[in-house]
Design a binder for this molecule. Structure first.
Ligand SMILES: [Fe+2]
Ligand SMILES: [Fe+2]
Length: 530
């Protein structure tokens, strides 16, 4: 059988791919493979082991058929494993941080077809992250991946390519353990990429695609925020009262003669109290609006929707952690400007509650936080880093979730007393300050305690963190030179993490910071001081 005699439908399919890829070499390779299969079938010989029983028309149709996805994946799997002379391979779809195996060859039965496994430090994660194909020639020497954590892998060689739909990686095709100890070639890469392109054409219009392409909550909110046709954001009443928009100008939407306009109802310096809220409820007004004005407002908007974001199944853990971190630093920036301590505390409580809920649901959250922490040495980043590290450290020490809430709030606001200190003193290097200025700066501990405890809204141990986080176990700290057990356990944790974060911020930026390891070392080295 020759190309000239190929069925018309198959020729059309190949033309589609040709138009998509403009890669004659790939096409040639594909033609050869298709021809080999056909020749083998026609001559009555055994076709390639895994392609036995399949004819050319089936392959061509299945690869582009939206209706035959369940049939498509095993075909793609067979075709790629055989076409590259491999001993095993998979076709998997990727959702969030999970890979769903749609077809496999040569895998242990415990994984098999329709298995689900978490992506992590393996070639699939790499392909999803960078959107490119990857070839591994010697796993033992390749430091990027841990062969032993890869359940679907055998042998020492691997080739993995992304299946992309509209530039988003929705799946991967992987082959590995090339026969006779050979390595994967450029031709193999092009061949797999070709099949991946075919597969993506098939997926594009399918129901499956519509599921994988559903917009996650973060993208949805971001799109709403950046929608240029509307300059105002709808916000629920609860978020206005003690939430992210408490100190923003509030607008009401009105329609006169079908003409929409927004009227300033309440200036940001006036709090939206219960009485006002009640008056809205009575008037049947359930939406209030705030103006869109920059990144800070965007993050307040995300903060107002944080619970929905955390419960969104389509957002990945890393996306959630990133947004939490950005919301938190934005909140701490607001804290320095805010005039209302009650609002600050309520916002902080909600944030820490969400973080704890997240930590209790997902034990691997530490590695995600490690990737997003930024060490800039400024007050908002410092306080958020201290809170995040302290919570993780507290969890590591076995503190219960309920008690972690007090610890987390105290850590988040441990330096809140600094809002009472003038900018000149705050922004200057400590060594350049006058004696009086140094004394003033040291008062931030007491001032923070007065602020937090004065609300009557926090457990004592949380407020004590502000007061005692510069005390040292050996009695050489400030403001009172407390010793040993005189310092509350949480305040001692706060001191460790505070020093640790400050030290890390002074170190030149590096990609990964061994947070826990350094913390543990500090505990050993400075036992007397801490
Ligand atoms: Fe401090
Ligand atoms: Fe601090």
């Amino acid at each position: 059988m020759t190309i000239a005699t190929l069925d018309n439908a198959v020729c059309e399919d190949i033309k589609t791919v040709q138009d998509t890829l403009h890669d004659i070499k790939c096409l040639t390779k594909l033609y050869q493979l298709l021809r080999n299969v056909c020749d083998a079938n026609e001559s009555g010989e055994n076709a390639h082991d895994t392609l036995e029983g399949l004819n050319l028309r089936e392959i061509g149709h299945a690869l582009i058929s939206v209706l035959d996805l369940e049939k498509l994946f095993p075909l793609v799997n067979n075709f790629t494993v055989s076409g590259t002379n491999s001993l095993s391979g998979i076709v998997a779809l990727v959702t969030g941080e999970e890979a769903h195996i749609k077809s496999s060859i040569g895998l242990p039965q415990s994984i098999g077809n329709n298995g689900i496994f978490k992506i992590g430090e393996d070639p699939i994660e790499w392909v999803v992250k960078y959107g490119n194909s990857i070839v591994v020639s010697d796993f033992e020497k390749d430091k990027r991946f841990n062969k032993h954590t890869m359940l679907w892998f055998s042998g020492n060689t691997l080739l993995c390519v992304p299946i992309k739909v509209r530039n988003k990686v929705v799946g991967v095709i992987g082959v590995n353990n090339k026969k006779y100890g050979e390595f994967y070639t450029d031709g193999d890469v092009r061949f797999l990429e070709m099949i991946a392109a075919y597969t993506s054409i098939a997926i594009k219009d399918s129901d499956l695609y519509s599921v994988s392409n559903k917009v996650n909550k973060i993208d949805q909110l971001t799109t709403t925020y950046h929608d240029k046709s509307n300059k105002y954001l709808p916000v629920n009443l609860r978020s206005i009262k003690t939430g992210a928009f408490s100190e923003c100008d509030v607008y009401l939407k009105t329609a006169v003669n079908h003409e929409i306009s927004y009227l300033l109802y309440c200036k940001g310096n006036k709090l939206f109290d219960d009485e006002r809220k009640e008056s809205f409820v009575k008037k049947n007004i359930n939406k209030i609006y705030v103006a869109k004005n920059g990144n800070a407002q965007y993050l307040r908007y995300m903060e107002a929707n944080l619970v929905d974001i955390m419960n969104d199944e389509l957002s990945t853990r890393q996306e959630k952690i990133e947004i939490i971190y950005n919301i938190a630093t934005n909140m701490l920036t607001d804290t320095l400007k805010s005039s209302n301590i009650f609002v600050i505390i309520e916002r902080g409580k909600e944030l820490i509650t969400v973080i704890l809920d997240f930590m209790s649901r997902d034990k691997e959250v530490y590695s995600n936080f490690k990737k997003v922490l930024v060490y800039k040495g400024n007050a908002p980043n410092h306080s958020v880093n201290v809170a995040v590290m302290g919570l993780l450290f507290g969890q590591y020490l076995g503190i219960s979730t309920g008690d972690l809430l007090s610890l987390g709030i105290g850590l988040l606001f441990h330096d809140i007393g600094k809002m009472k200190i003038d900018a000149h003193t705050l922004n200057n290097e400590f060594d350049n300050l006058t004696k009086v200025e140094k004394e003033m700066l040291r008062k931030h501990s007491d001032m923070g305690y007065v602020l937090l405890s004065g609300t009557g809204n926090l457990p004592r141990e949380a407020s004590l963190i502000a007061k005692q986080h510069h005390e040292q176990y050996n009695g050489k700290g400030y403001p009172y030179g407390l010793k040993g057990e005189e310092i509350h356990y949480y305040s001692r944790i706060a001191h460790i993490v505070d020093e640790f974060e400050t030290d890390l911020s002074k170190i030149a930026e590096s990609e990964t910071k061994p947070v826990f390891q350094v913390l543990q070392r500090m505990v050993k080295e400075k036992r007397r001081k801490l």
